[in-house]
Design a protein around this ligand. Structure first.
Ligand SMILES: NC(=O)c1ccc[n+]([C@@H]2O[C@H](COP(=O)([O-])OP(=O)(O)OC[C@H]3O[C@@H](n4cnc5c(N)ncnc54)[C@H](O)[C@@H]3O)[C@@H](O)[C@H]2O)c1
Length: 340
């Protein structure tokens, strides 16, 4: 039997934070979840997730904003965390064109507060959410963590890349073991209403038109939430160490590892789904025909994402096993129970 640990999960009322907290508690760990119930999307969905967590043994919640340094310091003074899984953030690519300040407050100031608290409390492992969006203008597919990622196309992507760089400096300066996970379009029950698969399902069921950007010429490496949680939990036990020194070619440190206790991994499905195939699968799962409206590419978006997950597999044995058909069936079933 594995030792029970005390985890901090930030963003616990969010989509991935909810699933991660529930799974950790089911495995016998203690989870302190924090969230500020940000109104970016319907608060009632966040509250409904928290209601599910209320009855889970080992879970407790504190409503808190990560940009409030005093509150975060007090939280770490009160608890002796073994691991920190940092998922709270202002998510969403398109919203970063409308409200950039929200990304600075949560993703930059908030992240700094988490780093500082981890540093001063000698946290044994910080695992934090990065994003496939950091690949920006890169064209080489599948996306590899060994590639340079210096051309973000949204402030959201820039904030996530900044988090990786900030984490590296803390790993190097203070020996903070930190692992960044670049999530690739996560979907599933209790998901986020701002994401395409979710809004398509809603509109198809309500008989409304759906907008197909870039005339359907897009694809996404869609990753089922249970597979993501499996990856997070496995990586939490793989604490990077400064003895994993990479081989250095021409004196240049590879982007995904370091002489500091720092790693970055892709966490995706490694099987991109074309946008029009996604629509067909939702039509099949709902038993309804979609009404389509074609539109040009949106600013801040990328054409396709595809994760190279060899590194994560080599370190943890992580191998996602949920097909999009199966995953979307689970999602539509949940959606109907929750909303219809
Ligand atoms: N879902 C995806 O496909 C995806 C892809 C790439 C990266 N990510 C990243 O994964 C993480 C989790 O994403 P998600 O899909 O669960 O998003 P989510 O929006 O459902 O969850 C984030 C949670 O953080 C909370 N939050 C936001 N700002 C906060 C603040 N200042 N203080 C405290 N809480 C705050 C929100 O209220 C929300 O409940 C995020 O960091 C996101 O950027 C998600």
């Amino acid at each position: 039997m594995r030792k029970s640990l005390k985890y901090l999960v930030t963003g616990a009322a969010g989509f991935i934070g909810f699933h991660t907290s529930r799974r950790l508690c089911h495995e016998g760990h203690q989870v302190v979840g924090i969230d500020n119930l940000d109104p970016y999307y319907e608060i009632s969905l966040k509250q409904a997730r928290l209601q599910q967590l209320e009855s889970v043994n080992g879970f407790s919640l504190e409503i808190m904003d990560i940009s409030d340094q005093g509150a975060i310091t007090g939280l770490f003074d009160k608890h002796n965390f073994d691991r920190v899984i940092h998922l709270a953030a202002q998510a969403g690519v398109r919203y970063s064109l409308e409200n950039p300040q929200a990304y600075i407050n949560s993703n930059i100031i908030g992240f700094t507060n988490i780093l500082e608290a981890c540093r001063h409390n000698q946290i044994k492992h910080l695992i934090y959410a990065s994003s496939s969006s950091v690949y920006g203008l890169n064209r080489s597919q599948p996306y590899s963590t060994a590639d340079a990622v210096d051309h973000p196309v949204s402030l959201y992507a820039a904030s996530k890349r900044s988090n990786e760089l900030m984490a590296h400096s803390y790993s190097h300066l203070f020996g903070l073991p930190a692992t960044g996970l670049r999530f690739f379009t996560v979907y599933g029950p209790w998901g986020r209403p701002d994401m395409a698969y979710f809004s398509f399902t809603k509109k198809i069921l309500e008989g409304e038109k759906i907008r197909i950007f870039n005339h359907g010429n897009m694809s996404r490496d869609l990753t089922y939430v249970d597979d993501i949680v499996e990856g997070i939990i496995r990586i939490a036990e793989e604490i990077p160490s400064s003895s994993d020194v990479p081989s250095i070619a021409d004196g240049i440190m590879p982007p995904h590892s370091s002489s500091a206790p720092f790693r970055v991994y892709n966490i995706g499905n490694n099987q991109p789904v074309r946008l029009m195939d996604m629509v067909s699968e939702i039509e099949r799962a709902t038993g309804r025909k979609a009404k389509l409206e074609f539109a040009p590419m949106q600013s801040g978006d990328v054409h396709s994402t595809w994760a190279d997950i060899d590194d994560l597999f080599n370190t943890t044995g992580y191998s996602p096993d949920t097909s999009f058909s199966t995953g979307i069936d689970h999602f539509v079933q949940w959606y109907r129970n929750f909303y219809c």
